[in-house]
Every structure is written in structure tokens, then in C-alpha cells.
Design a protein around this ligand. Structure first.
Ligand code: ADP
Ligand code: MG
Length: 370
């Protein structure tokens, strides 16, 4: 029997904001544990959350850039669950009325363009962090991250291989960085992915039972976890068993996923509209103002680089891979008498080659563009 892989991704992008989504506490990364969570983030009795307008603006920018529908009226909901890193006992998220829905993103696989539909993108707060490794035999809690603004971007189950999933994730990663709404720093967890995977007999229309592998914070891990899950599921089905719908964790050292908990259904979370927060109302004028703020996006930049600087398409593609590289090139070329093609060749050949060898990024290269 031939099997088809079905993948849908949920991506959490941490939004670039100085303060939390519902409080004025700082979001600076790497502070001493438990120094950046205020009464609102902890949900102490008597406090009231207030939405950070910056977060709304960033969600709307994302909606514009993915040709999505931006809800004129969206609502925050309480997602109730008990976990030590969630002191309130609920996470403020969006459920029935997310701020962004029905977007699209084009990805490239084997030189062909495929459109992936984005089901929704909603605003929510992050939880705190449970620390296990540093405290053998116990769990410690750092609540600094509690209340950090997130945009959760949910795709339709439309990817058909680990390569497609990674391509989608890369495209999304680049987009949020270009938009300036997320720093994309994956080691710090600013951009992380839950991978929903199922398999079905080729030609079947029905979806198979999925598992969700949580918190994958690199492209490599996403690829590995998906490939592992696909094999595991096929093996189970071929030996007469059935896949259990559950949440799994990927163990990078062992290269395998393991069960974490049985999958919750929406009703387990007892969602209800958060009575402490007003609905978000977005007007036509507000959207129009933000439309002007959308920067030049990767596809447009690619076309312009080829036209304006006479670069080969494949070279231009490397230069637009992230906004830092594109800016580095354009700053270099602004210098009087600079030859764009020569600059491009030198960057791609010499500099990027040396950077790869030394395992460095543009940010820690001691050369200024000019
Ligand atoms: P949940 O909160 O249960 O994770 P969401 O609606 O937030 O539900 O996300 C579900 C994700 O799983 C979406 O990305 C969706 O495309 C994907 N998905 C749903 N069913 C399947 C399936 N059978 N196989 C693979 N992915 C699926
Ligand atoms: Mg989800």
C-alpha cells in the first residue's frame, strides 16, 4: 500500500513588543528568573488586563501580508487548563473570533509554487516556563515569559511531505522577519512550531488520525520529527494497529517522538469569552493606514533586485533570504562607484563562504557593508 503524508502546522511567533500583551511588564529576553511578571501576568485577584495596541497592529499587518480576512470584531477567550507555569489557570487566547482568518502563503517545492492556506492567526499570551534540567528531581518555574505576546498561525492540513512543511515554515519565518513583527530567533523560542501529522492511503479523501508534536524550534527538528512520525504511524497501521490522537514530544538526542499526553479536544478547555477584555474593533481606515506600513516583501524585493541591479534570479534569491542580508547588499551598493554584480558575487562567494566556515551570521561579521 502507498501512503500519503498530511501535515498541518501551528506556529507560534513571539511578537516584537517592549511590554507584555496585557500588562506593562518588560519582555526583554534573558532577565533574572521571575523579575518580569507583574500582578496582571500572574492573574492576581482584582487586576484587569489591557490589550497592547502594538500586538493588534502586528496581527493586522500579518493579515494584510497574507491576503487574509481581518475581522472587524474579534474576541479574546479564556482557554482553561491547569499547569504550574500558568498561574491564572487559564491562558488568554482567541477562539471563535480570531483577528485574522483565511490567508494564503506561497511556498516553493522542487521549483514549483504551491499555495498553502492559513486557517487563522490569533493573538494570545505565552505561559511561563517550567525548568527541569537545571533542577534534578524537581521542577522550577520562571514566569518571566508569562504574558509575552504571541501570534499563533494555524495552517490547513495541506502539506504533503517534511520538505513542504519546512519550506512553509521558512517562508513564514522570512515573512514575519520582513514585516518586523517577530525577531525569528528560534534558539530563544521566538518562533516555534507544533507539527500535526497523519497518514492515509494514497488516493483517500478522508484524513487519518493525527498526532501533534510540540515545540519544535528549528527547521531541522521539524523535518526530523515529521519523518519519524510518518514512519511510526505507517508501521502501526501496517501491523494492524491504529494511531492514537495525542500530543507528542520530540527527543532530539534519540531522534524520536514520545507520547506526552492524550490530545485535548476543544471542549476540554472550556473556552469562554474573557469578561475582562473588550472585543477588538478594527476599522477600514485602520487597515488602510497599516497597508501603507507594509514594507517591501521578499517576492517584490526579488523582482526589483533583478531589474534594478541586473542580478541573476538565483543570486538575487540568496540576497533576499532575510532582510538583514538584503539591507547589507543594498547599503554596500549605495557607495559611489560600487558595481552591484561584483558586490553580489563577492558577498555570495567570498563572504558567505567564510561565514559558513566560521559558523557566523552577518550580525557578528566584522565588516561593514560600505
Ligand atoms: P488544536 O488546538 O487541536 O491543535 P488547531 O485547530 O489549533 O487544533 O490546529 C490543528 C492543526 O492540525 C491545523 O494546523 C490543522 O491543519 C492540522 N490538522 C488537523 N487535522 C489533521 C490531520 N488529520 N492530519 C494532519 N494535520 C491535521
Ligand atoms: Mg492549537
Amino acid at each position: 500500500m502507498e501512503w500519503e503524508t498530511v501535515i498541518g502546522l501551528e506556529i507560534h511567533a513571539q511578537l516584537v513588543a517592549d511590554s507584555k500583551i496585557f500588562s506593562g511588564a518588560s519582555t526583554v529576553f534573558g532577565a533574572e528568573p521571575n523579575t518580569q511578571a507583574c500582578a496582571v501576568d500572574l492573574g492576581l485577584p482584582g487586576v484587569l488586563p489591557v490589550i497592547n495596541e502594538k500586538a493588534v497592529e502586528m496581527a493586522v499587518l500579518f493579515g494584510i501580508a497574507t491576503n487574509a480576512q481581518i475581522a472587524r470584531h474579534s474576541v479574546f477567550a479564556r482557554k482553561n487548563y491547569f499547569y504550574p507555569d500558568l498561574p491564572k489557570g487559564y491562558q488568554i487566547s482567541q477562539y471563535e473570533a480570531p483577528i485574522v482568518a483565511h490567508g494564503t502563503l506561497n511556498i516553493e517545492v522542487d521549483d514549483e509554487t504551491k499555495t498553502i492556506n492559513i486557517t487563522r492567526a490569533h493573538l494570545e499570551e505565552d505561559a511561563g516556563k517550567s525548568l527541569h534540567e537545571e533542577f534534578p528531581g524537581s521542577t522550577a518555574i520562571d514566569l518571566n515569559r508569562a504574558g509575552t505576546p504571541l501570534l499563533e498561525i494555524v495552517s490547513e492540513p495541506e502539506m504533503r511531505s517534511a520538505d513542504e512543511a519546512v519550506s512553509y515554515m521558512r517562508e513564514l519565518h522570512r515573512l514575519v522577519k520582513y514585516l518586523g513583527i517577530c525577531d525569528g530567533n528560534m534558539q530563544d523560542g521566538s518562533f516555534r512550531c507544533d507539527a500535526n501529522v497523519s497518514v492515509r492511503p494514497k488516493g483517500s479523501e478522508e484524513l487519518g488520525t493525527r498526532t501533534e508534536t510540540k515545540n519544535l524550534n528549528s527547521f531541522r527538528l521539524v523535518h526530523q520529527a515529521i519523518e519519524y512520525e510518518v514512519e511510526r504511524q505507517i508501521e502501526i497501521i501496517e501491523s494492524g494497529g491504529s494511531v492514537v490522537q495525542e500530543t507528542r514530544l520530540f527527543d532530539a538526542t534519540k531522534g524520536e517522538t514520545r507520547s506526552m499526553r492524550s490530545k485535548e479536544d476543544a471542549h476540554d478547555y472550556r473556552y469562554f469569552p474573557d469578561p475582562d477584555l473588550l472585543p477588538i474593533k478594527v476599522t477600514e481606515e485602520y487597515i488602510n493606514v497599516l497597508k501603507i506600513k507594509v514594507p517591501e516583501l521578499p517576492k517584490e524585493k526579488l523582482v526589483r533586485f533583478v531589474r534594478q541591479y541586473g542580478l541573476a534570479h538565483d543570486d538575487a534569491k540568496i540576497l533576499i533570504q532575510d532582510p538583514e542580508t538584503a539591507t547589507f547588499f543594498e547599503t554596500a551598493v549605495e557607495v559611489d562607484g560600487a558595481d552591484p554584480k561584483q558586490a553580489c558575487n563577492w558577498l555570495i562567494g567570498e563572504l558567505f563562504g567564510a561565514m559558513n566556515k566560521a559558523n557566523r551570521t552577518l550580525a557578528d561579521v566584522p565588516i561593514s557593508p560600505d
